[in-house]
Design a protein around this ligand. Structure first.
Ligand code: CP
Length: 302
């Protein structure tokens, strides 16, 4: 189905820039009637705070209506109904589906079953393209550009869908990447090969201290307990990187710290008051960028 957003690679560079421009327009004017008469299904098979609530805020501010669930245990999935049948049913009721699912590929599958556009709100360790759009919007707002930036990604780079999507999106803008992770959670080879194919430089580190002084963006991530089959492995790496305010002393003035959230221990609360901490503003940007993504998915006009 056209107009779906399943992977960030579904958007060209031009489309990314167009959506960012639209998001800026929504930031100026978030309350409107663009979705009057439209119903959006919000299907969350996996927990969420920001993605679900910012989508629902975006839809409400555009005058649309929402059906759906935040917990699939209250649906007929718990009686054994397949994802295919669930999507075919919901497709009867709405104009757009927003879906989060723990299985990689579930959103692509839903888009092949549905006749209405599907927006991927996160599928397992695979992709989180709407998060990427708000990350790009946040980077543009704080740096004044997307080109020629040094992007440091920290934490769970193996299972972190947000870093996978962001890496692909930033590849349009001549970045230098730095990956800081324990060996067990390195950026997967497929993404490194992707960068190699585009001659985009990246450097891998094991330590967080010192190396961050050249960063424009420090993208912290949570080690995700829910992605580990063996919890002993999780225990070994869960607190391996913790950012403290004192570690920011030698960093650049323009540095901004992003995090898709939720955080657990990886950013100490003493960072929150530092002007370089941007993660709560970043989450607010999710409303405007998701409004812009919906605008595009439904071919709306002003
Ligand atoms: N960033 C993000 O996806 O947060 P939630 O899991 O709370 O939606």
């Amino acid at each position: 189905m056209n107009n779906c957003l399943i992977s960030i690679t579904d958007y060209s560079k031009e489309e990314i820039l167009e959506v960012l421009k639209t998001a800026a327009r929504f930031e100026e004017c978030p309350n409107n009637h663009l979705l009057e008469g439209k119903v959006v299904a919000s299907l969350f098979f996996e927990p969420s705070t920001r993605t679900r609530l910012s989508f629902e805020t975006a839809i409400s501010r555009m005058g649309g209506r929402i059906v759906g669930f935040a917990d699939s245990s209250s649906t007929s999935t718990s009686k054994g109904e397949s994802l295919k049948d669930t999507i075919k049913m919901v497709d009867n009721y709405c104009d757009l589906i927003v879906m989060r699912h723990p299985l990689e590929g579930a959103a692509r599958f839903a888009s092949e079953v549905a006749s209405v556009p599907v927006i991927n709100a996160g599928d397992g360790a695979n992709q989180h393209p709407t998060q990427t759009m708000l990350d790009l919007y946040s980077i543009y707002k704080t740096q004044g550009r997307l080109d020629n930036l040094e992007i440091f990604m920290v934490g769970d780079l193996k299972y972190g869908r947000t870093v996978h999507s962001l890496l692909q999106a930033m590849s349009h803008f001549n970045p230098v990447f730095h990956f800081i992770s324990p060996g067990e959670l390195e950026m997967p080879a497929t993404y490194k090969l992707f960068l190699d194919s585009l001659h985009i430089p990246y450097h891998e580190h094991r330590e967080l201290d010192d190396v961050i002084n050249s960063a424009d963006i420090l993208y912290m991530t949570r080690v995700q307990r829910e992605r580990f089959a063996d919890l002993l492995e999780y225990e070994k790496v869960k607190n391996v990187y913790v950012l403290h305010n004192s570690m920011l002393a030698g960093t650049k003035d323009n540095l901004r710290i992003l995090h898709p959230l939720p955080r657990v221990n990886e950013i100490n609360e003493d960072v929150d008051e530092n002007k370089k901490a941007y993660y709560f503003d970043q989450a607010r940007n999710g409303v405007y960028t998701r409004q812009a993504i919906i605008f595009k998915a439904l071919n709306l006009t002003w």
